[in-house]
Design a protein around this ligand. Structure first.
Ligand code: ADP
Length: 470
């Protein structure tokens, strides 16, 4: 009885059984009352009829003498269905003396009591001269009535049995309908747990089960995707680590074999590879901490323009070196922004460095600071719900990113231009880190780009004072 199936089937049958029993008890009780009323009325009319018979004899005899003999004669001549023979009949005079008894048992000489049977007064010339008592009990039924009652009882018993049987069958069918999809769900969950790929579950017709199956399919597909992503990431990490490590090993081996000399130049190259490795490991650690929600943040109200000036100051030497015009444009009246200063500097620095990396000499990289306009979402220029937030835009006049690549650029290890790899300084983790850092501070990030014209990264961060108008 532990399985849902047996429990549901049993409950189904039990409910049907209880229902049938209640109906049966009610039917039998109502029938009993009806039959009692029927026999009561019948006995009364029989008693009245007997009183009429006795009163006729009484009148004919002018009193009680000879009445008993007359009744005795009538009894002798009567058929089996005659009233005088069918029932116990007692006749008393007005003083309560027993005049006639058609049965063998002679009642005590006493006034007839109602429980002895049904009484009817013998009235002659408006005077009560005696009483007729018809013996019998409530519920005394004729053969036909007894047969009818027996049939009703049988019908109730057979009907109950049939109802329970049908309830069992229907219960079994219905619970199978419910438990079959649950069973396949269980099998699918076990398969998932054992690491097998998810095969989409068939969607059952019942709404709740269909919703369950759809949710399970979605969850399993997402798990599959996550697992694949994890595998891919481990492969990517291994790949990223292998290159600097093998460069290091080769250089060290050639120094060991005397092919190369440990000159300052070779040592610098070794140090560069080591710092690349360190940066990669640091980036991965940062991402995994952010994923686990363990990155500590010191969120505080910050002056956006002051932050912009600091970060632009940090990358100016590099811009100058690359002959790129680096500009800071700040709109007046920008509200303080809620962010962690170090992380905000890291985000903007990363985007500016990307801008410099992907913009040729003579180009421009601009950091624009302002407020997300109220109509930005309606114009398709910003996501919904961030009007009034502080906006940072890093725009460059570089080659731009093809529309087909845009959705992937925030993915880990993704590089739009496969040819430009570590040599151009990027591991493909920069934008993934920027995105995570923005998100864990409650901000939003998106990108727009036009090939041949340049790329703009947009960031919106919540203002320290909530915007009063949207
Ligand atoms: P990377 O370390 O390779 O720069 P990112 O995560 O920072 O990795 O960027 C992912 C990819 O997005 C880059 O490889 C590059 O193709 C593209 N990308 C990022 N910023 C720009 C930009 N300002 N202009 C053009 N392409 C860009």
């Amino acid at each position: 009885m532990r399985s849902l199936r047996s429990r549901l089937t049993f409950t189904h049958a039990l409910v049907a059984f209880v229902g049938v029993i209640i109906v049966a008890v009610l039917v039998i009780a109502v029938l009993r009352v009806a039959f009692n009323q029927l026999t009561e009325r019948r006995m009364q009319s029989e008693a009245d009829a007997a009183a009429d018979v006795v009163s006729v004899i009484y009148q004919r005899r002018q009193g009680w003498p000879g009445v008993a003999q007359a009744l005795q004669r009538r009894l002798a001549q009567s058929g089996p269905n005659d009233l005088v023979r069918r029932r116990r009949m007692l006749v008393y005079d007005a003083q309560g003396t027993l005049i006639f008894d058609n049965g063998s048992t002679v009642l005590q000489r006493r006034q007839p009591q109602p429980r002895d049977g049904t009484a009817s007064q013998i009235v002659v010339d408006n005077q009560t001269v005696g009483t007729v008592l018809i013996g019998g009990q409530l519920g005394d039924l004729t053969q036909a009535e007894t047969d009818f009652l027996r049939m009703v009882r049988w019908s109730v018993v057979v009907g109950s049995a049939l109802a329970v049987l049908i309830a069992l069958i229907v219960g079994r069918v219905i619970t199978s309908r419910v438990t079959r999809p649950l069973r396949s769900l269980q099998v699918a969950a076990q398969r998932l747990a054992s690491g097998a790929r998810h095969e989409p579950l068939a969607i059952p017709p019942d709404r709740e089960l269909a919703e369950l199956a759809v949710s399970f399919n979605t969850m399993a597909t997402e798990l599959d995707r996550q697992q694949q992503l994890r595998r891919q990431q481990v492969a990517d990490i291994a790949h990223e680590l292998r290159t600097p490590l093998s460069v290091l090993r080769l250089q060290l081996e050639s120094i060991e074999d005397g092919i190369d000399q440990p000159t300052p130049a070779t040592l610098r190259s070794l140090a560069e590879e080591t710092s690349l490795l360190t940066r990669l490991v640091d980036d991965l650690r940062l991402l995994s901490l952010a994923d686990a929600g363990q990155l500590s943040l010191a969120i505080e109200p910050l002056e956006p323009v002051a932050m912009g000036e600091r970060v632009v100051g940090n990358v100016t030497p590099r811009a100058r070196q690359q002959q790129i015009d680096l500009k800071l444009e700040a709109l007046p009246g920008v509200a303080p922004v809620l962010a962690d200063p170090q992380r905000l500097l890291q985000i903007l620095g990363n985007l500016l460095e990307n801008g410099l990396r992907y913009t040729p000499a003579g180009g421009t990289v601009t950091l624009r600071i302002g407020t997300v306009p109220a109509d930005a979402h309606a114009r398709g220029a910003a996501p919904n719900g961030i009007a009034g937030w502080v906006s940072f835009e890093v725009a460059d006049t570089g080659a731009g990113i093809p529309a087909s690549e845009l959705p992937q650029i925030f993915e880990r290890f993704y590089r739009a231009d496969k040819a430009r790899t570590r040599e151009t300084g990027g591991s493909g983790l920069g934008l993934a880190i920027v995105q995570r850092l923005v998100e864990i501070q409650g901000g939003r990030i998106w990108v727009s780009s036009a090939v041949g014209h340049g790329t703009t990264f947009h960031i919106a961060m919540p203002p320290a004072v909530p915007a009063t108008r949207a």
